[in-house]
Ligand binder design. Structure first.
Ligand code: IPE
Ligand code: IPE
Ligand code: MG
Length: 281
């Protein structure tokens, strides 16, 4: 069994209802997760700007409201037994936005991380920030490292993609993998000259992804209607089921999660095989 598989054993859902959601919805969600075998769900939380604009509000209000959805949805997913949740909070391309919007988004996220730090033992998830955190101030970087370290005792994982780009992640993973080979005394020139085959394997790259050792997402939900990945989890999404929800992220709630899992359940995952080989390794 690979190391990735090792850490993905099913976990029992907690059934704590801390956000006013009916127990029916929770138990329905938990049943859907059991039936579907979902382990990892990722969200592209899109539509905050459109939500605000439609209300004549500044885009920042959409980001604030989007944070409410994020906290509720992340907690709900953990409660219904989804072990790994990844959310796309800020991309490497989002720096292109007006400075005041970037500052507002980053302030909202920083406040969230501070809140999370105080609530680790209540939320009982491992908070992991994935992405390049080097542009952030030292205090924020330290907060991110502390949050990761202090919550690492929990099995459930919440990956928060912050200054994340799928291409940047791959460049990072490849550089790290080459560095590791160099430390082991295998340079690319050497391996080529000696005819030792390729320098890097898929495993070498996978081990250096930001999301390691999480399994790849079973389903990726993008809200707000656009049908693209926008540089999210480019490696990990190779066999993810893609679900496009028309709901704007600030309106997205627990019931939408259940609806999207139902959609996931209707998909047949063949991994390049045919119906009779599904599940056969
Ligand atoms: C997603 O909502 C949040 C971030 C990208 C940070 P948007 O701000 O992209 O919302 P729309 O797509 O403009 O509606
Ligand atoms: C993707 O949304 C990034 C996040 C949700 C953080 P964008 O709104 O940035 O994507 P594009 O620009 O529509 O592709
Ligand atoms: Mg958008």
């Amino acid at each position: 069994m690979s190391e990735t598989e090792n850490v993905t054993a099913a976990v029992e859902p907690y059934v704590i209802n801390s956000y006013g959601v009916s127990n029916e919805l929770l138990s329905e969600g938990a049943a859907l997760v059991r039936e579907s075998g979902l382990r990892h769900v990722a969200f592209i939380m899109d539509g905050n700007g459109r939500w605000a604009t439609a209300r004549g509000l500044p885009r920042e209000s959409g980001h604030k409201e989007g944070m409410v959805s994020f906290e509720q949805v992340a907690e709900y997913c953990a409660d219904i037994g989804i072990r790994y949740v990844t959310v796309y909070a800020f991309s490497t391309e989002n720096w292109k936005r007006p400075k005041h919007e970037v500052n507002a988004i980053l302030m909202i996220l920083r406040r969230y991380l501070k809140r999370a730090m105080k609530l680790i033992d209540q939320k009982r998830v491992h908070f992991v920030v994935i992405g390049d955190i080097s542009p952030f101030d030292e205090k924020t970087q330290q907060l991110i490292r502390d949050l990761d370290e202090k919550s690492a005792c929990y099995d459930r994982v919440l990956n928060i993609a912050l200054n994340y780009g799928g291409r940047a992640e791959l460049v990072h993973a490849m550089n790290e993998a080459v560095r590791e080979k160099a430390e082991q005394g295998v340079s690319s020139a050497e391996s080529m000259l000696l005819g030792m085959g390729e320098l890097l394997t898929e495993d070498d790259i996978e081990r250096h992804l930001y999301t390691y050792p999480c399994p790849p997402p079973d389903m990726i939900v993008r809200t707000a209607g656009d049908k693209r990945l926008s540089n999210f989890l480019l490696w990990q999404s190779s066999y993810s089921e893609l679900i496009f929800s028309p709901v704007l992220w600030p309106d997205y709630r627990q019931g939408d999660v259940n609806d999207n899992i139902r959609d996931f359940l209707s998909r047949q995952r063949r991994y390049g095989g045919v119906e009779s080989t599904v599940g056969v390794k």
